[in-house]
Design a protein around this ligand. Structure first.
Ligand code: GLN
Length: 520
């Protein structure tokens, strides 16, 4: 147990049997995810209906963005571990996020399509397009400083072998999804009744609320998340500039880099590849050079299991892109005479998480008591199988629809149900796994790796979404039947591949479990 852990627990007492600092992390992350998912629910529509990008280009921008937001947590994690400490890093992240979401609210005039020399040309206001890319860059950097560090802050509230740790992460994961559900719902409805500025503006206000909660709750965190060596931060690097301010300036420089990267998206895949290679080398190198046999095996199993996320999120994250568009174009969204906006369905997954997370947590405990709780590798395999089944259900629903614009809503809901059950078998389990299988001194870096694998999955999701694209005019599909056929083709392949990988993962599970040396 570190000193800061002791101070954190002592500082705030307990709430529902957990350190009260968890309440601060819960609400800060809840508001951060409110803004992230609220904005994201509108993003694909902003791209296709406001800027009139084609489906393919929109999917590329969307994929690059959701990939970069999970690359930067590695940087944010390392900077926090070595210099800033999680508290300052989270505050910096929140400020950048507020700026980014506010920037998104400046939408300018809708792009126009004209025909020049027989060719269709889209005219977009260059100033607002640049504001848009710059805002995305601020958000990418903001998530980088906030996301992994708020997760490690949760971990640092507990002693190394504290049995409440998993439960703490499950509660934290519910906070994520409460934010996500209300973000998508509120921003989705604001888009419908006010416009993009209203939706994005609400995301910005949400993050402001998160920052206020975090700053006001500092006392409850005690010493957790303070800089490891405060004297390092005060060191003068140049006249008037100490290390702390140099870091803030570098963060702004990073925003400029991501601003350009969002406009040169072909580089994102390469950047991601470079980061992944580097992290694999670092983790494997560390495991062989610094760890004993059991620790080494655990670290390597942890790294290997992280790779499952590439398949999982690559398919799961169709939610905000192709599934969002399919819901808009091909699903009958009328309930009791009222047409529900497509973006609002972005909240279904989060709602299922909130309902099912406590049940899953009880299920694991119940199975554990009988000695039949699936191991972590087995849970990951189950995640892939359920994900695949979800796609196949929607494909079946589409096949029995007699109108291509009226696929039954129930099939979409069933897809989200199965995808959520899969998510509960991989995502919170993975956060917990990372803190359990990693050597404690590099747990922050490993958490960054966890999100990096998510980044790779998100990147792949953009590529897959691009495969579903159909011809559009003014943001509307020309032929809904052809559009549905494209979704069905990609989703049935996704379904079968995912089940195939899941079965393979099941076969591998006993071997991986063996190399975990008693950690489940
Ligand atoms: N939905 C979860 C979150 O937003 C997990 C995301 C991920 O790891 N890709 O935190």
């Amino acid at each position: 147990m570190t000193d800061s852990t002791l101070t954190a627990s002592a500082a705030g007492g307990e709430f529902l049997g957990h350190p009260r600092g968890l309440v601060v992390c819960f609400f800060t992350e809840m508001w951060e995810r409110f803004s992230y998912y609220g904005m994201r629910a509108l993003l694909i529509f902003y791209l296709t209906q406001h800027f009139l990008f084609s489906d393919q280009v929109a999917a590329g921008i969307y994929g690059a963005y959701i990939s970069l937001v999970y690359i930067t947590p590695v940087l944010g994690g390392i900077v926090a571990d070595r210099y800033l400490g999680a508290k300052r890093a989270v505050t910096l992240g929140a400020v950048l996020l507020i700026a980014g979401h506010t920037g998104m609210a400046f939408e300018g005039a809708t792009a126009v399509e004209t025909v020049v020399d027989g060719e269709t040309v889209v005219l977009r206001d260059p100033l607002y397009l640049q504001i848009f890319y710059f805002s995305l860059a601020l958000i990418i950097m903001g998530v980088g400083f906030l996301k992994a560090n708020i997760s490690t802050l949760v971990g640092s509230l507990y002693r190394q072998n504290d049995p409440r740790r998993d439960g703490g992460f499950t509660l934290f994961y519910m906070g994520i999804n409460v934010g996500s559900m209300f973000g998508a719902l509120i921003c989705g409805f604001l888009l419908e009744f006010g416009g993009f500025s209203w939706g994005f503006g609400a995301a910005s206000l949400g993050m402001l609320a998160g920052l206020i909660v975090f700053l006001r709750g500092q006392r409850l965190l005690g010493g957790a998340g303070d800089p490891a060596k405060p004297e390092l931060l005060k060191r003068r690097l140049a006249p008037g500039i100490n290390t702390e301010w140099a870091i803030y300036l570098l963060a702004l420089a990073g925003v400029l880099v991501f601003w350009q990267l969002m406009q040169h998206r072909a580089l994102v895949g390469g950047l991601l590849g470079a980061f992944l290679t580097l992290m694999i080398l670092v983790v494997v190198g560390y495991s062989f050079l610094r760890c004993g046999r059991e620790d080494r095996n655990r670290m390597l199993v942890c790294l290997f299991l992280m790779s499952y996320q590439i398949i999982f999120w690559g398919l799961f994250e169709q939610t905000g892109s192709s599934l969002n568009l399919m819901t808009d174009r091909n699903v009958d969204r009328e309930v009791l005479g009222f047409e529900i906006p497509a973006a609002a369905f972005q909240s279904v997954n989060a709602a299922f998480i909130i309902l099912l997370a406590p049940l899953f947590s009880m299920l694991w405990i119940g199975l554990g008591r009988r000695g039949i709780e699936p191991s972590t590798p087995m849970k990951f395999a189950l995640a892939l199988i359920q994900l695949g089944l979800g796609f196949l259900l929607l494909v079946y629903g589409a096949s029995i629809a007699d109108n291509p614009v009226a696929v039954g809503l129930i099939w979409l809901i069933l897809l989200y149900l199965l995808h959520t059950m899969g998510e509960l078998c991989i995502s919170p389990v993975g956060l917990s796994m990372t803190t359990k299988l990693s050597v404690p001194s590099v747990v922050g870096m490993m958490m960054g790796c966890w999100f990096l694998a998510s980044a790779a999955g998100n990147f792949v999701s953009g590529q897959i979404a691009a495969m579903t694209g159909s011809e559009t005019v003014g943001g509307e599909v020309v032929d809904p039947a052809a559009s549905l056929a494209a979704y069905v083709e990609v989703y049935s392949a996704a379904g079968w591949y995912s089940i195939g990988f899941g079965v393979l993962a099941m076969l591998l599970a006993p071997l991986l479990k063996y190399f975990m040396h008693g950690v489940r």
